[in-house]
Ligand binder design. Structure first.
Ligand SMILES: Cc1cc2nc3c(=O)[nH]c(=O)nc-3n(C[C@H](O)[C@H](O)[C@H](O)COP(=O)(O)O)c2cc1C
Length: 420
């Protein structure tokens, strides 16, 4: 155990308070108010700046350090509330479970997230399968009475599946990798379905705004799975926040976020919610193969590549776990694709039996057999923060704990730094 976090917190706090003092000239009458304001600003700075200290990972609910924040914040402001958290799209939380293809986020995961107050998404098939979609929705409804959503990838056939989502009046539809213009958004709204568009650039966000979506998920390059843009979340997110500031569109941050610290940072940048993929992938309810989950715990590094799925989905780079197999093949010549490669396993995706060839873009699910370690394993840059497989409800709870505290600094004094 080390005392470093506590020391660093105090020093940073003093520094931050001093810095704000320099920029805030005081009159004698305003001293009390200004001091409280300085502490408020210092608190905001602290929550972002303090990340470089040696904190444990997200299983550290047991962490023994308890910075005596109440000493410094005797009348701590509800700064998280000021930063905009109040749940989004009518849900209790701003915690969104990213859709995880091709079938990793199924009924069990989406329902567990919904039951915990988060926004759970079913990932629908990439081919016309309306009966399957209806069945997924029915199974999810048997597991939760709470609202949930479904997701489609616009680059693949989706019309028939989308029709079922509207007929079944799901709470929310997530779309990714393609155009979803105003007519389509209006159609969803007519059916009472809200629309979230995941984007990877300012230009894409501007189109989504124009289309009248309810929320924009801003995906940074840190994200796991397929990555549509080039920019990091830190610079892109506030630009999108500014872009939609004259609308009621919710902005949700995606990429590398694992716990309450990431959530707080996203809120500080102006987002209202966070979308977690890799963290939900590594839960008990995710349909990922147990060996894939194990590797997510063991390996801390990822890479941005296009080694996998080149034939099926060209021009769609991915962030993957740096497995031994990936390291061996990361310089795969451009002309090579998964076509004409040996079959290394078999799987059932949404009820359909398939072969898996080497370099295919299909992650191993719970039905997959064969050489699992030679299959693609998508993961975001936050994977190094994930040290255990936990229930999905726990992910929602650990993220929500930070933002739900009416007086977070008091909570810090009681529980230690929250959200881990
Ligand atoms: C295994 C895996 C599968 C994914 N599949 C999809 C998908 O089908 N549709 C989609 O919109 N995003 C998908 N994503 C990306 C997520 O929506 C999200 O942007 C990303 O997970 C956020 O970064 P994080 O993984 O660091 O939390 C996937 C991500 C992972 C890790």
């Amino acid at each position: 155990m080390t005392r470093k976090p506590q020391m660093a917190s105090c020093q940073l706090l003093r520094l931050a308070a001093a810095a704000t003092a320099v920029t805030s000239p005081l009159t004698p009458l305003s001293v009390g108010r200004a001091r409280r304001r300085r502490f408020s600003v210092a608190a905001r700075l602290l929550v972002v700046v303090d990340h470089h200290t040696t904190y444990p990972t997200d299983d550290a609910v047991r962490h023994p350090l308890k910075p005596a924040a109440s000493t410094f914040f005797p009348r701590a402001p509800t700064w998280i509330g000021e930063m905009g958290w109040k749940g989004i799209l009518g849900f209790d939380h701003g915690v969104v479970q990213a859709p995880l293809g091709p079938d990793i986020s199924g009924p069990e995961l989406a329902a567990a997230v919904a039951n915990a107050g988060g926004i759970g998404f079913l990932r629908l098939p990439d081919w016309p399968a309306p009966d399957r979609v209806r069945d997924l929705i029915r199974r999810t409804r048997s597991l939760t009475g709470k609202p949930f959503g479904a997701a489609i990838v616009l680059a693949f056939p989706h019309e028939e599946n989308l029709r079922v989502v509207l007929e079944e009046k799901l709470a929310v539809l997530q779309v990714y990798w393609g155009e979803f213009p105003r007519e389509r958004v209006d159609e969803a709204h007519l059916a009472g379905v809200k629309v979230l568009h995941q984007v990877g650039s300012f230009e894409e966000a501007a189109k989504a705004k124009e289309a009248g979506v309810d929320g924009i998920i801003v995906q940074g390059r840190e994200a796991g799975g397929h990555v549509i843009g080039q920019e990091g979340l830190l610079p892109l997110l506030p630009r999108v926040v500014d872009l939609v500031s004259d609308t009621g569109i919710s902005v949700i941050a995606a990429g590398g976020i694992v716990d309450g610290r990431g959530y707080a940072a996203a809120l500080a940048l102006g987002a209202q919610g966070v979308c977690l993929g890799t963290r939900f992938l590594t839960t008990e309810e995710s349909f990922a193969h147990p060996l894939y989950k194990k590797r997510l715990i063991e390996i801390n590094c990822t890479d941005y590549t296009n080694v996998f799925g080149r034939a099926r989905w060209p021009g769609a780079p991915q962030r993957v776990l740096k497995t031994t197999f990936y390291d061996q093949w990361k310089n795969l010549p451009e002309q090579e694709t998964e076509e004409n490669q040996p079959i290394i396993g078999h799987t059932i995706i949404h009820g359909v039996h398939r072969d898996i060839r080497r370099f295919a873009g299909t992650v191993p699910n719970a039905t997959t057999t064969g050489d699992i370690d030679s299959m693609v394993m998508y993961a975001g840059q936050g994977v190094g923060l994930i040290t255990e497989i936990i229930p999905a409800s726990e992910v929602v709870k650990r993220n929500g704990r930070l933002v739900k505290a009416p007086d977070p600094m008091t909570q810090v004094a009681i529980n230690g730094w929250p959200g881990w």
